[in-house]
Design a protein around this ligand. Structure first.
Ligand code: ZN
Length: 148
């Protein structure tokens, strides 16, 4: 059962890596770049925010399967949410991927597929990179955020 679930999670991650959703730049949007020197992941997150609501979230860049799948899942998850709701979701996601491996996995919808990275602490930075960039973009900071 557990391995079936892990296989399913693996499939979702590979699918989002192969065919990342919302993988494009946005003109006239808030954006921020995230860089994870440990792995070489480099992503730019674009946000269109209207009245505090995220109307569109996209990303571009290159990185490992985890970082791309996480960015892809993130853009799907935050669309339609307020910036504050997206920030709250990031906090829950961060808690989930940094929890001890035997802690129960909080239900975060599709984002839960990334809970497995908690077993590989070095991958946590890959999984959270897009979220840090999202936060910086929401705050409309143009600088590069680094996981270091
Ligand atoms: Zn990575």
């Amino acid at each position: 059962m557990m391995s079936d679930l892990q296989e399913l999670y693996q499939e979702v991650i590979l699918d989002h890596n192969r065919r990342p959703r919302n993988f494009r730049a946005l003109d006239d949007a808030r954006k921020a770049e995230g860089y994870n020197p440990l792995c070489g992941d480099r992503l730019t997150v674009y946000l269109r925010v209207d009245d505090g609501v995220i109307k569109e979230a996209t990303f571009q860049g290159s990185g490992c399967a985890i970082s791309k799948a996480s960015a892809s899942l993130m853009t799907e998850s935050v669309k339609g949410k307020t910036v504050a709701e997206a920030e709250a979701l990031f906090e829950r996601f961060h808690r989930t991927v940094t929890a001890s491996p035997d802690a129960p996995v909080e239900d975060l919808g599709k984002l839960s597929v990334l809970a497995g990275v908690r077993q590989f602490p070095v991958r946590v930075k890959c999984a959270t990179l897009a979220w840090y960039a999202l936060r910086a973009a929401a705050e409309a900071r143009g600088d590069v955020v680094s996981t270091e």
